[in-house]
Design a protein around this ligand. Structure first.
Ligand code: URA
Length: 231
């Protein structure tokens, strides 16, 4: 099967197809020793070079972090017609999928990538990747309650494993940072239900060592090289 040279280059992470066309026009792209033209096709075994360096034709991995707003589902499509996080990707973004899940009514850090290995590492239960949430809950959370959350609580017959729990703000509504290493459905909400506190707002702020930082709600950016290496 052959593909057009601009798609071959774009798939290799060189840039958008348009950008690749410009490079072709500029004479920087060589196929089997001859200058490529806009309509040139590439088949397996062809040798493609850009600025004298080989271009593999391998799909380049891309990684985005999104500060997901409430009111979006973290699936590629939704049979109930709700908005999906895919609508927040920049125009022309590479084809990616969300890693793991955040509830419709949860905001915060979501990774999107086309790197299946990374997605597996971050989401497979055996890897126990930590996820850090900030929950605003009804009522005053006591030290005793924090200890219960830390030691594990029963959610529908499942005992949660050890967690980190830190009180950020006490009052009629409390704010708690909770770090868990599992990913049961609606786990954080159910853990707080189990200790008698209803979650009114939930935000994920970190996955492992990857921290969302100051990224604004609804905004998306590519991970830096260092952030990717740290995964
Ligand atoms: N726990 C929840 O309850 N909701 C999420 O979206 C993520 C973790």
């Amino acid at each position: 099967m052959s593909i057009r040279i601009n798609k071959y280059l774009a798939d290799s992470g060189v840039g958008s197809r348009r950008k690749c066309d410009e490079l072709i026009i500029a004479g920087k792209v060589i196929i089997n020793g001859a200058k490529a033209e806009l309509g040139s096709q590439v088949t397996e075994g062809d040798k493609v070079e850009l600025d004298g360096k080989p271009v593999s034709g391998q799909k380049a991995n891309v990684y985005y972090m999104l500060n997901k707003p409430v009111g979006y589902v973290t699936t590629v499509s939704d049979d109930r017609g709700r908005r999906t996080v895919m609508e927040l990707l920049p125009k022309g973004a590479s084809r990616v999928f969300p890693v793991g899940r955040l509830d419709y009514d949860t905001s915060g850090l979501l990774l999107l990538t086309n790197d299946g290995d990374l997605a597996y590492k971050l989401t497979h239960p055996s890897k126990e990747t930590s996820k850090t949430y900030v929950a605003t809950v009804l009522g005053n959370v006591t030290d005793a309650t924090l200890n219960k959350l830390r030691n594990g609580v029963d959610i529908d017959g499942f005992k949660t494993s050890k967690a980190g729990a830190k009180l950020i703000k006490a009052g009629d509504q409390s704010v708690v940072e909770l770090i868990i290493h599992e990913g049961k459905n609606r786990q954080v909400r159910r853990m707080f239900d189990a200790v008698g506190h209803k979650v009114v707002e939930l935000k994920r702020v970190a996955i492992g060592s990857l921290v969302m930082g100051s990224l604004k709600i609804g905004k998306i950016r590519e991970l830096t090289k260092d952030e990717i290496i740290g995964r």
